[in-house]
Design a protein around this ligand. Structure first.
Ligand SMILES: Nc1ncnc2c1ncn2[C@@H]1O[C@H](COP(=O)(O)OP(=O)(O)OP(=O)(O)O)[C@@H](O)[C@H]1O
Ligand SMILES: [Mg+2]
Length: 272
């Protein structure tokens, strides 16, 4: 039987909590190797959507609808089944790299965990030497200079940009089919932000990974994806190819995003 379903299929996702509807009837799809942006202002429900896809919604919040990742229904799935899906089908780079990192563990050891999990999953035995070599190459892959020093450092001993690169290396370590990046560069200065976006775009293309890229910034999103869904107050108000959206935004909110992105481009002295 051939399976034509997308890698990620979200249909009528509704998230409720505290008597409020936080995400309302959201539908989107991402095929293998496709890149989709989810854009919206603060509080529009972007991170909750990412958490729901990873099966990591905080207690007190309930998801309804259908959320299929690599053929498996995530909503209502048992934790044991979700664990086998996480890492293999999807990995997430979270909004704030420090939340993903253990402050008391050296970065190399933290990176070793997902690398070991992947080896175990693929039935490979990994010697200590191999593991050290793979840690080194994973850090090199995300353009970290001096990977040995980084591996031997605690999170607070490296810069914010370097921490986010390590978080990216950890998410990539399991070689997921889908990478979810939740505002991975928001906390960084503009130069580092640009470097990490370029890196992300390159790695995802090289590995033919699908990408769900979340941001409040259209200028940022347009650097890494081709299609976007615009979220406002938990509702998808507009969607389409990014070039079309930039050319003729229909919803008033999208128009304001486009105007903001233009102003940003002009400030950089580019021609829009
Ligand atoms: N655990 C929770 N319990 C109740 N409400 C929550 C919870 N987590 C988030 N919310 C609310 O859900 C809404 C959407 O939150 P979410 O974190 O998805 O926003 P976001 O689009 O990621 O915003 P930002 O750009 O600031 O990261 C917000 O109004 C938020 O206050
Ligand atoms: Mg968020």
């Amino acid at each position: 039987m051939t399976d034509n379903s997308p890698l990620l299929g979200v249909n009528g996702l509704t998230i409720r909590g505290g008597g409020r509807t936080l995400v309302d009837d959201l539908s989107l799809a991402i095929g293998r190797g496709e890149r989709l942006g989810l854009i919206g202002e603060s509080g529009s429900g972007k991170s909750l959507t990412a958490l729901a896809i990873a099966g990591l919604l905080p207690t007190g919040l309930r998801a309804e609808g259908s959320l299929k990742l690599d053929g498996m229904q995530v909503i209502g799935a048992r934790e044991r089944d979700l664990r086998s899906l996480r890492g293999r089908a999807s990995s997430t780079v979270f909004q704030e790299p420090l939340t993903a990192l253990d402050p008391l563990m050296k970065l190399g050891r933290q990176l070793a965990e997902p690398l070991r999990r992947r080896a175990q999953r693929d039935g490979e035995r990994m010697s200590r030497d191999t593991l050290l070599r793979v840690i080194h190459s994973s850090l090199t892959d995300v353009a970290l200079p001096d990977p040995d020093r980084i591996a031997n450092s605690y999170p607070h001993e490296v810069s914010g940009g370097q921490r986010q690169r390590v978080a990216l290396a950890m998410a990539l370590a399991t070689n997921p089919l889908l990478l979810i990046a939740d505002e991975p560069t928001t906390a960084l200065d503009v130069t580092v932000q640009g470097e990490i976006l370029d890196l992300l775009a390159r790695v995802v293309a090289e590995r033919q990974m699908a990408l769900l890229f979340i941001s409040h910034d259209l200028a940022v999103v347009s650097r890494v994806v081709d299609h976007v869904v615009v979220l406002k107050d938990g509702v998808a108000v507009e969607r389409g190819p990014i070039a079309e959206l930039l050319r003729s935004p229909e919803h008033e909110y999208t128009r304001s995003l486009v105007a903001g992105a233009r102003a940003f481009d002009d400030a950089l002295g580019r021609i829009s």
